[in-house]
Structures are given as structure tokens and as C-alpha cells.
Design a protein around this ligand. Structure first.
Ligand code: HEC
Ligand code: HEC
Ligand code: HEC
Length: 432
């Protein structure tokens, strides 16, 4: 009797393994014959170039100072180091011998031409929302216009057993959203275009949606904010902690220029999204994205210029502090306020820190990152810089300034801040 149970348990398990094997297995797609490059239309190549930019392909497939699209950009994930692939048309080390069919399969299902599973650090679960035509356009651009680079991909540093590629099939089954993009007929064309771009090529959720312990996006909390590369990608929904509502036009301004006067500037991993990615998209597409996010954030049409919170933030700057007693106020006044003072919030490029998300997030990482490393001219508004204070201010100083900013913005002090500042200072810095 017992034996029979054991046999049947084994039987079910074995059948499961076989079924999983069948599910997980993908055939190789035959390589293109040497020199057999399909003809591409100029219109497709041009559109593919824009789409590739909007998908930040180059940001992830080019290491700092490396050859464009040559791969080996290093991504540090909780599961280990992952290196991106060479996606130039090099026939030996790139995708030069990939057919259009192989490329579409990779973009839709995360399976390489030879049949091995790709890790979800490659955001195929967003790219699968794209139309075939858009994916083909990217293929046309990469195959025709990107110079071939001969460079092998480095081995990923993922520990056993997660390095077993076929297990990715299980991950996909559990976590990947593979449903194609669906138009919402009750929404405008503009909204639908924004949703298509955000969920697909621009994969905003890859950074702004929280993930579970195995790295799957929690779709029930889409865009509710997440930790990415030591930064907080804030919530883009009604759960945003921003004191002033994000309206469609605020999203538009932020995404187009890298700064919203009512909210702050784009630093860290968001800077290349704006300046290398979305910059390629025409205005109509950025407006569409903004309409989509404006609705998710509540689409509040109140004029922020008249908001009492704005007035309070402006007034706060005019108060006379007792600098003999308050160390935070003294440090803030001597190191920050010359640049962060304005008599109205309409002055661009000088964010009122009492309104910015960095001050209002539950986690202090963004504020500390900005104080330590400042803003380069290719971050936030182009050409505007903030110096770094890494060498000028001690952990105690930064803690005092951050605590002062929190208090004057009406928030509770962050717990264990001093320790956190030390931890963030010691983190290795990654170039973007
Ligand atoms: C967030 C980073 C990231 C972005 C953005 C990204 N990729 Fe990748 N991509 C990767 C990583 C990492 C790998 C390798 C994954 C692995 O080792 O399993 C990869 C692999 C690939 C592969 C498989 C290559 C092969 O030899 O198997 C293709 C094709 C690809 N990417 C195309 C693109 C295109 C096209 C875009 C833009 C539309 C893009 N990627 C954007 C990180 C990224
Ligand atoms: C590579 C990761 C990444 C991607 C992709 C990304 N973001 Fe971000 N985003 C961030 C980070 C990190 C921040 C915080 C930056 C800062 O505070 O300077 C941020 C900030 C923002 C902010 C400011 C929020 C606030 O309250 O201050 C907006 C708006 C935003 N992102 C919208 C988008 C949209 C729309 C997309 C897709 C088109 C997108 N992001 C894609 C990482 C990302
Ligand atoms: C020399 C001028 C200058 C000084 C000094 C300066 N900043 Fe900045 N800061 C800027 C500029 C300019 C920006 C916006 C950058 C952009 O849009 O490109 C900025 C942006 C910021 C942001 C991002 C705002 C947001 O919410 O997105 C924070 C936070 C910040 N500064 C904090 C500080 C603190 C704290 C100090 C003092 C330790 C300081 N800054 C000193 C010029 C300065």
C-alpha cells in the first residue's frame, strides 16, 4: 500500500518533470546563412532607432566607455552579477546570424536563438507588449545601422541553482506577464498609446513596480514604487508621497526636460531614461505617456501654484533660524540654500527641497545619494549642475541637513539615519 503511494507520488513527480522539460525546452532557430541580411526599409530603420532609444537598449548593452551595443554592461542584482549580451550584427559574438524570427522570439519570450532561456534582467516581459511591427523595426535598425563589435559575453555570476537556465522557464510560468497589450476601448487613443509605450518598450514598471523575493514584479502594485540600484523609484500612482499632485502636464515636463518645478529633478537611474531614452520620442508620444500616468496619479487639475503647501514651502525659507543652536539649519544655510532658495516655485532648476520627493519618501536613499554625488550636467535639467558633497560633508553633517529638511517639510525624522548615510557612502558607485 505504502509502496503504491510512493510509486504514484514518484509517477506524478516524474510526469511533472517531463511536462516541465517539454515546456521549458525551446529549439534552436537556424542561423542565417553568412552574409544573408534581409533588406530593410528606411522607414523601419528610422522607427527602430527611436524604439531602441525608448527601450534604453543602449544603456543596458553598453558598458561605461565601451563600444555601443557590444554588451558586458554589468548589472548587480540580489541574485548576482549579470552581463548583457552583444546585440551588434557581429556574426560570431553578436546577433548577426539571427533571423527576424529568432529576434522576435527573444523579445517576446526571453529565449535566445540557440534555445537557452534569458534572465529577466533583460526586460522581455515588457517588450512582449510590443507589436510585431515595432519589434521588426528594432531588428532592422540593429542589423543595418549598428557597427559590428566582436566581443564575447562574460559569464554571469549567478550562484547554483539559479544559474540553471532551464529553471527560468519556471520563473516565467510563475511571474512573467505574457499577455499581449490590450487596448482599452473606454479610453482615448492617446491614453492607449501612453499605456502601450509605458508597459512595453519604455518598461517604466521594471523599475517603479515592487518585486517579490524571486524578482517577479508584483502586478497588483503596479508603479507603486521600488528600490533599484540603491535608489528609490517613487510611486507614480495615487500612493505617491509627493506633497503636490502629479498632473499630466507635470509628468510631461519632467519626462521632457528632466525636471518638474513642483517636484524635483531626475537623477540616478532616471537620468538616462529621460536623456538617452525618452528624448528620442516625439512630443505626441511623451504627451501620451503623461496622459496615462496623469490618470494613474489621480489627474488632479488643481493649480499647484495656488496650493497652500507650496506657499508653506516658500514661506519656510524666509523664516529666520537661530543658527547658533540648530546645527542642521546652519549647515543647510551655509552649504545648500544659496542654490535652493527661490521666492516662488516657478524658478526651474532650483528645486524647493521641501516639495521634492527625495525629502518625502519613506526611505532617505535618494536624498543621501544626491547630497553625496550631486547632479552632473547630463542629469536633471541639461547643463545645470549641483556639486557633490561627498568629500566636503561628514556623515554627521549630512544627517543633520537631512533631518533639518525632513522637519521643515513637516515629516518625521528618518530612523537610523546616521548609519544609513555611512552605508550609502561606502556603496560602490556605478556610472550611468
Ligand atoms: C535593463 C537592462 C536591459 C535593457 C533595457 C535591455 N536589455 Fe537586452 N539584455 C539584457 C541582459 C542582462 C541580457 C542577457 C541576459 C542573460 O544573460 O540571460 C540581454 C539579452 C538580450 C538579447 C539576447 C541576446 C543573446 O545573444 O541571447 C537580446 C536580443 C536583447 N537583449 C535585445 C535588447 C533590445 C533590442 C533592447 C531594447 C529594446 C534591450 N535588449 C534592452 C539587459 C537589457
Ligand atoms: C532604470 C529604472 C527606471 C526606469 C526604466 C524608469 N524610472 Fe522613473 N525613476 C527611477 C528612479 C530611480 C527615480 C528617482 C530619481 C530621482 O529622485 O532623482 C525615478 C523617478 C521618476 C519620477 C519622479 C517621481 C517623483 O515623485 O519624484 C517620475 C515621474 C518617473 N520616474 C517616471 C517614469 C516613467 C514614466 C518611466 C517610463 C517611461 C520611468 N520613470 C522609467 C527609475 C526608473
Ligand atoms: C551650486 C548650487 C547647488 C548647491 C550648493 C546645492 N544644490 Fe542641490 N541642486 C542644485 C541644482 C541646480 C539642482 C537641480 C539639478 C537639475 O535639475 O539638473 C539640485 C537638485 C537637488 C536635489 C534634487 C531635488 C529633487 O527633489 O529631485 C536635492 C535633493 C538637492 N539638490 C539637495 C541639496 C542639498 C541638501 C544641498 C546642500 C548640501 C544642495 N542641494 C546644494 C544646485 C545646488
Amino acid at each position: 500500500m505504502h509502496k503504491r503511494i510512493i510509486y504514484s507520488v514518484f509517477g506524478v513527480a516524474a510526469a511533472g518533470v517531463v511536462l516541465f522539460g517539454v515546456y521549458a525546452w525551446h529549439p534552436e532557430i537556424a542561423p542565417l546563412a553568412p552574409g544573408a541580411k534581409p533588406p530593410f526599409s528606411q522607414a523601419d530603420i528610422a522607427r527602430g532607432k527611436i524604439m531602441a532609444a525608448a527601450g534604453y537598449c543602449s544603456t543596458c548593452h553598453t558598458p561605461p566607455g565601451g563600444l555601443e551595443y557590444g554588451g558586458n554592461y554589468q548589472m548587480n542584482t540580489p541574485f548576482g552579477v549579470i552581463y548583457s549580451s552583444n546585440i551588434t550584427p557581429d556574426p560570431d559574438t553578436g546577433i548577426g546570424r539571427w533571423s527576424e524570427e529568432a529576434f522576435i522570439r527573444a523579445m517576446r519570450t526571453g529565449v535566445s536563438r540557440d534555445g537557452h532561456h534569458l534572465l529577466p534582467a533583460f526586460p522581455f516581459e515588457h517588450f512582449n507588449k510590443m507589436t510585431d511591427d515595432d519589434i521588426k523595426a528594432i531588428y532592422a535598425y540593429l542589423m543595418s545601422s549598428v557597427p559590428a563589435v566582436n566581443q564575447q559575453k562574460k559569464e554571469n555570476g549567478i550562484a547554483f541553482p539559479l544559474n540553471l537556465r532551464f529553471l527560468q522557464a519556471g520563473w516565467k510560468l510563475l511571474f512573467a506577464n505574457t499577455t499581449p497589450f490590450e487596448k482599452h476601448s473606454d479610453k482615448s487613443d492617446e491614453w492607449n498609446r501612453g499605456a502601450y509605450l509605458a508597459q512595453g518598450i519604455a518598461h517604466c514598471g521594471a523599475c517603479h513596480t515592487p518585486r517579490n523575493a524571486l524578482g517577479g514584479e508584483k502586478y497588483s502594485q503596479m508603479y507603486e514604487g521600488a528600490l533599484i540600484d540603491g535608489w528609490i523609484a517613487p510611486s507614480l500612482t495615487r500612493s505617491s508621497t509627493s506633497p503636490l499632485h502629479w498632473r499630466a502636464q507635470d509628468f510631461y515636463e519632467y519626462l521632457r526636460t528632466g525636471n518638474s518645478p513642483y517636484h524635483g529633478a531626475a537623477a540616478g537611474p532616471m537620468a538616462p531614461v529621460v536623456h538617452h531614452g525618452l528624448a528620442a520620442l516625439p512630443d505626441a508620444d511623451l504627451k501620451a505617456l503623461s496622459v496615462y500616468f496623469g490618470e494613474l496619479a489621480g489627474s488632479n487639475s488643481d493649480d499647484p501654484a495656488a496650493a497652500p503647501k507650496l506657499q508653506a514651502a516658500v514661506d519656510e525659507q524666509h523664516k529666520i533660524k537661530d543658527l547658533r543652536i540648530d546645527n542642521g539649519a546652519r549647515l543647510y544655510t551655509s552649504t545648500c540654500s544659496a542654490c535652493h532658495y527661490s521666492s516662488s516655485q516657478q524658478v526651474k532648476g532650483r528645486p524647493l527641497l521641501a516639495l521634492g520627493s527625495a525629502t518625502h519618501l519613506e526611505d532617505p536613499s535618494n536624498l543621501i545619494n544626491v547630497i553625496l554625488d550631486g547632479f552632473r550636467s547630463d542629469q536633471g535639467i541639461s547643463g545645470v549642475v549641483m556639486p557633490q558633497f561627498r568629500d566636503a560633508l561628514s556623515d554627521d553633517d549630512i544627517t543633520a541637513i537631512a533631518t533639518y529638511l525632513r522637519q521643515t517639510a513637516g515629516e518625521q525624522p528618518w530612523p537610523n539615519l546616521l548609519q544609513k548615510v555611512g552605508e550609502i557612502r561606502r556603496q560602490p558607485r556605478f556610472e550611468q
